[in-house]
Design a protein around this ligand. Structure first.
Ligand code: UGA
Length: 435
């Protein structure tokens, strides 16, 4: 079967490679010529473990995976996946759907009078799929059907999540669309992945509510961490203890600097904006609080630095981590770089090291200073701030690093360094909600 994948960002590039791995003939289409060129040469335009291996296997002479900027090449594919970004609008909390609409229009022009299925995977405000179906029909005719099949992949595990998702949600309006999607995902379904079939609106809401719930879980534990600090309790032990209750579960209860990235922050804002449009805004006021608690963690880390160092002007600070989470070079809404920017604004001399996100960090924040090793960041520093939990940072020998810094202060904003070992090596250790 031939499939097209429209949009080759984090979602689309991995989906295209995953589809090729599952045996499909895949054409990936993007308006960004640089991205297409990189992917066509077998290079992932961003860091994602396992993606380059898949590209190496399927791109090139005789391979099943090609990339192009020409929408006409979508013609003839039986299924077209829409993997277009829906960033936050520049003037509001709502999602910007301009790119999705433009892609649907460009695709539809090449599908006139065909019988084919377009499958939306982007995270969109509820009601978008119904509008996109109308748009497709108005341009291409009644033979082009839409389905909505949200994607739940996590950056850093995107290949794994694409090939072995924990559920498939099929938002469809006909048996034909459901049957075709079941054929596309036959291998995944055979491997035991649960399938949920629903209408468009439910499928759209499954995705945004999953992200809203995850964000709420993180902000809940971060709110608890604030009380733990005030009461002298330990939020890590607390999370372990409540996590044993299967109704609660331990995952996504790691207190610390909070969430960032291209999904959770903008998705809760867009969901709140859409709920307000629909008349349920007040009910979702709590998502504003989830957002506020999350962003407040960043200010809290700066306050901790001030508690340790006093006035930050002229003080040298090492920042470990730039990406919004480990195993990614994505710095969109990165809590680490937000903290670094706040420290610089307070006059500190900040050096940042990240195992992979130095390049993307520098492009997004040209005024911040990125260095190429932990030691370079820590040299003569008066405080070391651990802001993204890369495994490399947990492996630091605190006794060795203590010799590099000017003063052995560490703020572990991800609460995952071995604090006994750091203290034993002479460091003043501070975490968030841990004693
Ligand atoms: C998130 C969802 O987890 C995916 O299921 C979803 O498909 C994706 O958004 C999306 O909408 O496309 P992702 O943004 O890759 O995936 O990142 P997460 O693993 O969810 O982490 C988000 C943030 O929460 C990170 O900054 C992480 O450091 C933080 N986090 C996570 C915590 O602060 N505490 C935790 O316990 C877990």
């Amino acid at each position: 079967m031939r499939v097209s994948v429209i949009g080759t960002g984090y979602l689309g590039a991995v989906h295209a490679a995953g589809m090729a791995e599952l045996g499909f003939d895949v054409i990936g289409i993007d308006v960004d010529a640089a991205k297409v060129e990189a992917l066509s040469a077998g290079h992932a335009p961003f860091y994602e473990p396992g993606l380059e291996e898949l590209l190496a296997r399927h791109v090139g002479p005789g391979g099943r995976l090609r990339f192009t900027t020409d929408f006409a090449e979508a013609r003839g594919a039986e299924v077209h996946f829409l993997c277009i970004g829906t960033p936050q609008a520049s003037d509001s909390d709502a999602a910007d759907l301009t790119f999705v609409e433009a892609a649907v229009r460009s695709l539809a022009e090449h599908l006139v009078d065909q019988e084919t299925l377009v499958v939306g995977k982007s995270t969109v405000p509820v009601g978008t799929a119904a509008r996109m179906q109308d748009l497709l029909t108005s341009i291409a005719g009644a033979g082009v059907e839409l389905a909505w099949n949200p994607e739940f992949l996590r950056e850093g595990f995107a290949v794994e999540d694409t090939l072995r998702p924990d559920r498939l949600v099929l938002g469809v309006t006909s048996d034909r669309a459901e049957a075709l999607l079941r054929t596309v995902y036959a291998a995944t379904i055979e491997a035991g992945t649960p399938v949920v079939v629903s209408d468009f609106a439910t499928a759209e809401l499954v995705k945004v509510s999953a992200n809203a719930f995850l964000a709420t879980k993180i902000s809940f534990i971060n709110a608890m961490s604030e009380v733990c600090d005030l009461a002298g309790a330990d939020v890590g032990v607390l999370a372990d203890a409540i996590g044993f209750d299967e109704r609660i579960g331990r995952k996504f209860l790691n207190a610390g600097l909070g969430f960032g990235g291209g999904c959770l922050p903008k998705d809760i804002r867009a969901f709140r904006a859409r709920a307000t449009e629909l008349g349920a805004g007040e009910t979702f006021n709590f998502l504003d609080e989830v957002d506020r608690i999350n962003v407040a963690r960043r200010a809290r880390v700066v306050t901790l630095a001030e508690e340790l160092l006093g006035d930050l002007a002229g003080r040298r600070i090492a920042v470990l981590g730039a990406s919004f989470k480990p195993k990614s070079d994505d710095v969109r809404d990165s809590p680490a770089l937000d903290v670094a920017s706040r420290l610089v604004a307070a006059g500190a001399d900040v050096r940042i090291f990240d195992p992979v996100a130095g390049g993307t960090g520098k492009r997004a924040f040209p005024d911040l200073t990125f260095v190429s090793s932990i030691d370079e960041a820590a040299e003569d520093a008066e405080a070391v701030l651990h802001l993204t939990e890369w495994p490399e940072f947990r492996e630091i020998d605190p006794a060795v690093l203590a010799k590099v810094v000017a003063t052995a202060n560490v703020i572990d904003a991800r609460n995952c360094l071995d604090r006994d070992a750091w203290r034993a090596a002479g460091w003043t250790y501070r975490g968030l909600g841990v004693q």
